[in-house]
Ligand binder design. Structure first.
Ligand code: AMP
Length: 502
């Protein structure tokens, strides 16, 4: 079924609010039906046929979300691009995906004309952060009625390019079934209803903000307060108007620094969720102490949608990402043989289910290499399942450090460092070392008043970790480099410190 049809069936009343902005613009489900109908008609008039890609690189706005829905209605494939991508990067994405239509910010249009022509893009339209542009002008004249294009479960709904910290970015192909099934499961698991109002402060070119947040809200017939980005002051100011919030860990660390975050200010909230990067157990505990809310941490990725979640009822265990979601099979496997490992051992987490993507766009070899013959997808995340069945993510396989022939999981060292008084957080990386291959290196962020130094860290770790796991150097910094989704960019740290050991 077309995911849009699934969404349409959940509309309880056309008067129900779908989204509202901080400045008071309100879009009801009824408005959404009309406006996406107009947009879908324009897509067809510009030559978009079922299966065609529509690439968009635009700021977050309610119209941006409506465009996503219009693309679904037209049976086309939505391809959102990070707003930070440069023209050179866009040249790659447009050349690779061959979209029929490209929608960009008016400021970027001139720079894109040549690229669009080079790759035979049929039409180039604009849409800005305020929801204005040639696309919306054209839609104003178009009819609101549109007959949605039927889609089979395996037809593509979207392509999302992975962040590509190593090698070229790959386009993850997501079907109507992938998106629809996962959102249905999450609505149920997290108990979303039409009474919910979500504080939407995530970007919508990424799986978390677009699929987890928006699809869940829409399949629950719920509402959202739709803001361009996260700002702690504004989030605290608007909190009384919402019931739920989805965030990346940095949102929560910033809220914790806000004097307004109290039990009273959050008493009406139903749920806070976190994902896209590891939530420090410390952050989880501090948030619980301050607010009485246990943040519900879940784990997923662009290719798989959401795989695991802490329970709604029952223990939300800090430092874990909970249980495999209903319908999702997960196992911990040996990275080389792919053989399932006994419970409690550390290996690569592999997943299978209706949530798992159809493969990488025009990369059959890469796709084949990342699936096991029995259909499990090799996530590349190192993980362990504890005795109670909770999954713990230990890190990315490519961040594993091999020093003097020994494997060191950065997370293990980071956990010890983070537990030291005065430490806010740390990132442990491998830097080229002529004797050891890689030297374990700790990059540490301390509280301002802390007097912790390298020797004190090493002395403290000495008693707790095997010698080969001990950092050879400890570097103190004010902040760790992070991308927009709050992920620590270890590749940036490795580059910065590549000459550390000569
Ligand atoms: P992306 O495709 O950008 O969503 O990135 C997916 C990756 O983010 C996963 O493969 C994990 O490495 C990481 N990730 C997502 N959620 C979590 C989490 N709750 N804890 C730790 N890592 C996470």
């Amino acid at each position: 079924m077309n995911l849009f049809e699934q969404i349409r069936r959940r509309i309880a009343s056309p008067q129900q609010t779908l989204m509202e902005t901080a400045t008071g613009t309100r879009i009801t489900y009824g408005d959404m039906l009309k406006r996406t109908g107009r947009l879908a008609n324009i897509l067809v008039m510009r030559g978009v046929e079922p299966g065609d890609r529509v690439a968009v690189q635009i700021e977050k706005s309610p119209e941006n979300l409506l465009l996503y829905l219009a693309v679904l209605r037209a049976g086309a494939v939505f391809l959102p691009l990070n707003t930070a991508y440069t023209t050179t990067e866009l040249d790659y994405f447009i050349g690779d995906a061959e979209p029929k239509l490209v929608v960009c910010d008016p400021k970027k249009r001139d720079g894109l004309v040549e690229i669009a022509n080079k790759h035979n893009v049929a039409a180039l339209e604009t849409l800005d952060a305020n929801g204005k542009g040639s696309l919306i002008d054209a839609a104003a004249e178009a009819p609101a009625d549109f007959a949605d294009v039927p889609r089979a479960p395996d037809d593509l709904a979207a392509i999302l390019y992975t962040s590509g910290t190593t090698g070229r970015s790959k386009g993850a192909m997501l079907s109507h079934r992938n998106l629809g099934s996962n959102a249905e499961v999450l609505v149920d698991y997290w108990r979303f209803t039409s009474k919910d109002v979500l504080l939407h402060v995530l970007p919508i070119y990424h799986t978390h903000g677009l699929f987890v947040a928006c699809n869940v809200v829409m399949l629950a017939g719920a509402s959202m307060l739709f803001l361009p980005k996260f700002d702690a002051d504004e989030a605290m100011r608007l909190l009384p108007r919402v019931t739920t919030m989805m965030g990346v860990p940095t949102f929560y660390t910033r809220l914790l620094q806000h004097p307004g975050l109290t039990k009273q200010a959050t008493a009406h909230m139903r749920l806070f969720t976190s994902g896209s990067a590891p939530l420090l157990a410390e952050t989880h505990r501090e948030f619980s102490e301050k607010t009485g809310h246990a943040i519900l941490e879940r784990y997923g990725m662009t290719e798989t949608n959401m795989n695991t979640s802490n329970p709604y009822d029952g223990d939300r265990v800090p430092g874990t990402v909970g249980f495999p979601l209903p319908g999702v099979e997960a196992r911990i496997a040996d990275p080389d043989s792919g053989k399932a490992l006994p419970q409690g051992e550390i290996g690569i987490i592999e997943v299978k289910g209706p949530n798992v993507f159809a493969g990488y766009w025009r990369m059959p070899d890469k796709t084949k290499a990342e699936f096991r013959p029995d259909g499990f997808f090799i996530t590349g995340d190192v993980a362990m399942i504890d005795a109670r069945g909770y999954v713990q993510i230990v890190g990315r396989a490519k961040d594993l450090i091999i020093t003097g022939g020994f494997n060191v999981y950065p997370k293990e060292v980071e956990t010890e460092i983070d537990a030291l008084p005065g430490v806010i957080e740390s990132a442990v990386i491998g830097c080229p070392h002529k004797d050891f291959g890689e030297g374990v290196t700790a990059v540490v962020v301390c509280q301002k008043e802390s007097t912790l130094n390298e020797k004190a860290v090493l002395d403290a770790l000495n008693a707790r970790l095997a010698k080969f796991k001990l950092p050879k150097r400890v570097i103190f910094v004010d902040d760790l480099p992070r991308n927009n989704m709050g992920k620590v960019q270890k590749n940036v740290l490795r580059e910065q410190h590549k000459a550390l050991y000569g």
